[in-house]
Ligand binder design. Structure first.
Ligand code: AMP
Length: 335
């Protein structure tokens, strides 16, 4: 495995791999790697010939200076995890390599309007511009590839997909399932900052998602009611401050009038636990349309046709030559 610190070095290595006929997989990260990152790497290595990993704590996407100052940095362990998971090249650049004028302004940035606006976008102004800008740079540096992102950051995945499509980037964005601890807490580099008591409280997020999921599966179509079911679970942990818990259309992340209007439903949640902001999400399948309904309708239709046929036959049999009907009502049954 090669470790490079320059954009040009990373670019040249991936270009050379493609020139040899290899397919390239890209896994962008901010380091402090855990089993969630590993799952992306393993999938990339299974699907691509040459896997490039980037480890870069992107200052452009942090609003809160405390968050970036305390962001865990564990490069030697990260490199070991990358090697074991099958990475071929790691880019670990200094900030000046990505933003030459830093901490001066970055004049060229990318904004993905719409999908960036709510939820994390509303709570962390500028965050998704920072994400979209660094990912656009990494895509330009890496060139044609498949790029692997976690569903753990569901809105980020939606922003990146939208950017790649809208800007015709030669990158196939692949979403990968969230990896969780045994108690349901989604793995995150920030979990390392939780005290033991906060860590014990944190699984309330995934428990709230589970309650929302059950409500949707039971046929609840009102987004507000599903949100309330999730909020009620979070309220059982006074040390966890809920930011939002919502049921949205999985496509545009908007709240539909009824969940029945959405092709697919996603539940999103964010909360502050001690010094850490945690986010999580899950799908929420609606109940399958019952087969009993259409079948019963078909049976009733067949019954009625049979009755009408019998009635007509009775009519023919009982119509007197003078045109008077005998008692045809006897042949009728209630519809
Ligand atoms: P980060 O280092 O937090 O920027 O994350 C790098 C990539 O790993 C992003 O695509 C994340 O969505 C993904 N990721 C982080 N945590 C998990 C997890 N628990 N399961 C799956 N993917 C994850």
């Amino acid at each position: 495995m090669d470790v490079v610190n320059t954009v040009a070095g990373f670019s040249a290595t991936l270009e050379a791999a493609r020139a040899r006929g290899a397919t390239v997989g890209l896994v962008p990260t901010m380091g402090a790697l855990h089993a969630g990152h590993r799952s992306l790497l393993v999938r990339a290595a299974a699907e691509c010939d040459h896997v490039g990993v980037t480890i870069f704590v992107n200052p452009l996407q942090f609003g809160d200076p405390d968050d970036i100052d305390h962001y865990p940095r564990t490069l030697p362990d990260d490199l070991e995890l990358c090697r074991a998971a099958g990475a071929a090249t790691v880019l670990a650049p200094p900030v000046a390599e990505m933003y030459p004028d830093w901490p001066g302004p970055v004049p060229t940035t990318v904004s993905v309007r719409g999908v960036s606006d709510r939820w994390e976008g509303a709570s962390r102004p500028g965050h998704f511009d920072g994400v979209a800008t660094v990912v656009a740079k990494l895509f330009a540096i890496a060139g044609r590839c498949r790029a692997y992102f976690g569903e753990k950051d569901y809105q980020q995945l939606a922003v990146v997909r939208r950017m790649a499509a809208d800007l015709s980037m030669p990158v196939e964005v692949v979403g990968c399932p969230t990896v969780r601890a045994d108690d349901g807490l989604a793995l995150s580099s920030r979990n390392a900052r939780l005290s033991p008591a906060e860590r014990a409280a944190a699984p309330v997020l995934s428990q709230a998602l589970a309650a929302g999921r059950r409500a949707v599966a039971a046929g609840e179509d009102r987004p507000d009611a599903v949100a309330a079911a999730m909020a009620a679970v979070v309220a059982t942990e006074p040390s966890v401050a809920l930011d939002y818990a919502v049921a949205v259309d999985a496509g545009d992340l908007g709240v539909p009038a009824s969940l029945a209007d959405a092709d697919a439903v996603r539940l999103l949640i964010a909360a502050q636990v001690g010094p850490v902001r945690l986010i999580d999400n899950c799908d929420a399948p609606r109940p399958a349309p019952s087969l009993a309904g259409p079948l019963e309708t078909a049976q009733r239709t067949a019954q009625r046709s049979a009755q009408r046929a019998a009635q007509r036959a009775a009519q023919v049999a009982t119509t007197a030559p003078d045109g008077h009907n005998a008692d045809v009502h006897n042949a009728r049954t209630a519809d």
